[in-house]
Design a binder for this molecule. Structure first.
Ligand code: OAD
Length: 257
């Protein structure tokens, strides 16, 4: 840990108060300790799989069975994992601080399983499906937790055409309601970016936006990222250890009853 780690933990802990508007953005690093691979690390998913073959509309059009095989595999992997200490601390904060908003780029649903309220799913959910043809008779999206998928690729219950994963692929836009609420959440007092490489836009720009709104910004990450030089507090280390340490410092600083 860097020399100033402990003082930065204390500094961040002091900012966590009920009257503060706190916004948290999370990425794959938060789920790493649960056993879910990140995208860009040494064992990252994009080291062994080409995103353009698996995570674009063009890939799905070309080979829906291949894309669904990959999502089916990830769904089974995620289903076998449990939320870790990082998810637990954030879930606790989401109830402790009424003005906290959590935006996640993760599609795994582990924040929800840890009990976090009102998760803003920036890149959708691996547990949701949508009609590929956007048929009018189908719901906009529906939940399907079946693993493994009985006969991939799954079908739309309304038109029997192809169903697609309810996630945002490269080249696709963020759902307008989610984007609006996320942009609104950048108007805050404290913005925390945790376990994300800060390379995928528009999520990566949220931290700068919060800075422009005058927020104090902090990052928790194993490594330096493009956000590291922008934030007021950069904490190097695993989120599943740093977050509990921040929570311990916060609780220790609370006035006793
Ligand atoms: P990345 O894989 O790009 O980055 C993961 C980040 O987590 C890296 O900066 C790591 O240093 C950090 N990290 C790894 N383990 C950690 C730990 N235990 N504690 C703290 N930090 C840790 O994942 P994202 O930034 O989430 O998009 O990727 C953004 C988007 O790119 C994803 O949502 C996905 C992907 O393509 C879509 O699927 C649309």
């Amino acid at each position: 840990m860097p020399e100033n780690h402990d003082s930065n933990v204390t500094r961040l802990a002091e900012q966590l108060r009920s009257d503060r508007r706190i916004t948290v953005l999370t990425g794959a690093g938060v789920s790493a300790a649960s056993g879910i691979p990140t995208f860009r690390g040494p064992d990252g998913l994009w080291r062994t799989h080409r995103p353009e073959e698996l995570a674009t509309a063009e890939a799905f059009e070309r080979d829906p069975a291949l894309v669904w095989d990959w999502y089916d595999w990830r769904r089974q992997l995620v289903a076998a994992c449990l939320p870790n200490e990082a998810h637990a601390v954030l879930a606790d904060w989401s109830h402790r601080f009424p003005r906290l908003r959590l935006i996640t780029q993760n599609v795994d649903g582990l924040h929800e399983r840890a009990g976090t309220r009102d998760v803003l799913r920036f890149h959708g959910s691996i547990w949701e499906l949508r009609c590929w043809n956007r048929c009018a008779a189908a719901p906009k999206r529906w939940i399907d937790r079946t693993i493994p998928l009985p006969a991939p690729p799954p079908r739309c219950p309304a038109c029997d055409g192809l169903a697609r994963p309810g996630v945002v692929w490269f080249g696709e836009v963020i759902e307008s309601d989610v984007l609006d609420r996320s942009l609104a959440a950048t108007d805050c007092d404290l913005f925390l970016t945790i376990g994300t490489s800060s390379t995928v836009h528009p999520a990566a720009a949220l931290v700068q936006r919060s800075r422009a709104h005058g927020a104090l910004t902090a990052e928790i990450n194993l490594d330096a990222t493009p956000a590291s030089s922008l934030v007021d507090i950069a904490l190097r280390g695993p989120a599943e250890q740093v977050l509990p340490a921040v929570e311990e410092a916060r609780a220790a600083g609370e006035p006793s009853a």
